[in-house]
Design a protein around this ligand. Structure first.
Ligand SMILES: *[C@@H]1O[C@H](CO)[C@@H](O)[C@H](O)[C@H]1NC(C)=O
Ligand SMILES: *[C@@H]1O[C@H](CO)[C@@H](O)[C@H](O)[C@H]1NC(C)=O
Ligand SMILES: *[C@@H]1O[C@H](CO)[C@@H](O)[C@H](O)[C@H]1NC(C)=O
Ligand SMILES: *[C@@H]1O[C@H](CO)[C@@H](O)[C@H](O)[C@H]1NC(C)=O
Length: 298
């Protein structure tokens, strides 16, 4: 009897170890106004992933020490510094050495794309961008989170001038601000977005590294009232020189000049456009499990 129990225990330990070794870990990066561990947002996503993907290791990125600093850094810590920090955190995490999947929420989407382009090791396998602003934003209609002080700072600095070097160095939202009426300034002074979108010196490694992804999944919220323009979530943006007409991804230079390898990703079936007919980040668990977890994370 005891021997039989032991065999069963042994087999289930083995099965668990096998499942764990087969499961690709997941790194998640929260959005603006949020933090790594809010039980209502990233905390519940982490739990959902752990429940749906048996044995998975989920790391929710914390930028700085504690929730207050992590939230504040989402507004005020230079995006390039955040990405360097995350690259060293990922390198340093032995559980990710064989590769990981990643999910970026809102600005976390473009930040994780920058990680994929700049830091190929450990390898990112699938990248899920949940409402990320890949062509940036032009407008700040709503400020997520509940810290009015931070929101006022952002508005004042954007009014002061998104491309002023002091603002570029310190304000995250200015670093992915694309002003279609001032594209020359954007290309010249944007310290983050213009770089990762190859608007400045073209870096061949950015394209090579992005092409290492198994899949790039872009989720757009069709009723988004936070992101202007919402088409940025699928690499679309305002046509140059005005703020009304939108160019879809395949008419933007990123696509036509194939600056990031999006054409190759698409023709090899690795670029996926998903949408949810809801406001920013307002998806249901069922939608997320069916469209994202079951398709890309198992
Ligand atoms: C790397 O890991 C070590 C040991 O866990 C830790 O002390 C160190 O702070 C980590 N560095 C970074 C950048 O996360
Ligand atoms: C709001 O942000 C300010 C500036 O970063 C910070 O000093 C303050 O502690 C924050 N308030 C809350 C409630 O987190
Ligand atoms: C661009 O994509 C749209 C669908 O989003 C398609 O209808 C159109 O034919 C494409 N245009 C080009 C030039 O590939
Ligand atoms: C992406 O690839 C699909 C399938 O090969 C093709 O039908 C579609 O037109 C491509 N999209 C663009 C924007 O060219």
């Amino acid at each position: 009897m005891a021997a039989k129990v032991n065999v069963i225990v042994f087999l289930s330990v083995l099965a668990f170890a096998f499942a764990a070794s087969q499961t690709v870990p997941i790194v998640i990066w929260h959005g603006m106004g949020d933090s790594c561990c809010n039980p209502l947002s990233m905390g519940s996503i982490k739990k959902l992933l752990e429940r749906e993907v048996k044995g998975v290791y989920v790391r929710s990125l914390e930028i700085g020490d504690g929730i207050v600093e992590d939230t504040e850094n989402g507004f005020l810590m230079n995006a390039n510094d955040q990405i360097s920090l995350v690259c060293s955190k990922l390198k340093n995490d032995s559980k990710l050495a064989a590769g990981y999947n990643s999910i970026g929420f809102s600005q976390g989407g473009q930040f994780l794309r920058a990680v994929a382009q700049r830091c190929p090791s450990p390898p990112m396998l699938n990248l899920i961008s949940v409402g990320g602003q890949h062509q940036g934003v032009y407008g700040f209609p709503k400020c997520p989170g509940d810290n009015a002080t931070l929101c006022n700072i952002v508005r004042q600095l954007l009014n002061y001038g998104a491309y002023v070097s002091f603002v570029q160095d310190h304000l995250v939202q200015a670093e992915y601000w694309q002003d279609p009426l001032n594209l020359e300034e954007y290309r010249k002074y944007s310290v983050f977005l213009a770089d990762i979108n190859q608007e400045q010196t073209v870096k061949p490694s950015y394209k090579e590294n992005l092409l290492k992804l198994k899949n790039l999944v872009l989720i757009k919220f069709l009723q988004d009232t936070m992101v202007q323009p919402r088409e940025s979530e699928w690499f679309g943006f305002y046509a140059p020189g005005q703020t009304k007409d939108i160019l879809p991804m395949n008419q933007t230079k990123i696509w036509t000049e194939d600056r990031l390898g999006l054409q190759t990703l698409n023709s090899s079936g690795r670029l996926h456009f998903l949408s949810s007919d809801t406001d920013h980040l307002q998806f249901t668990e069922t939608w997320f499990i069916e469209n994202v977890v079951n398709k890309f994370l198992k």
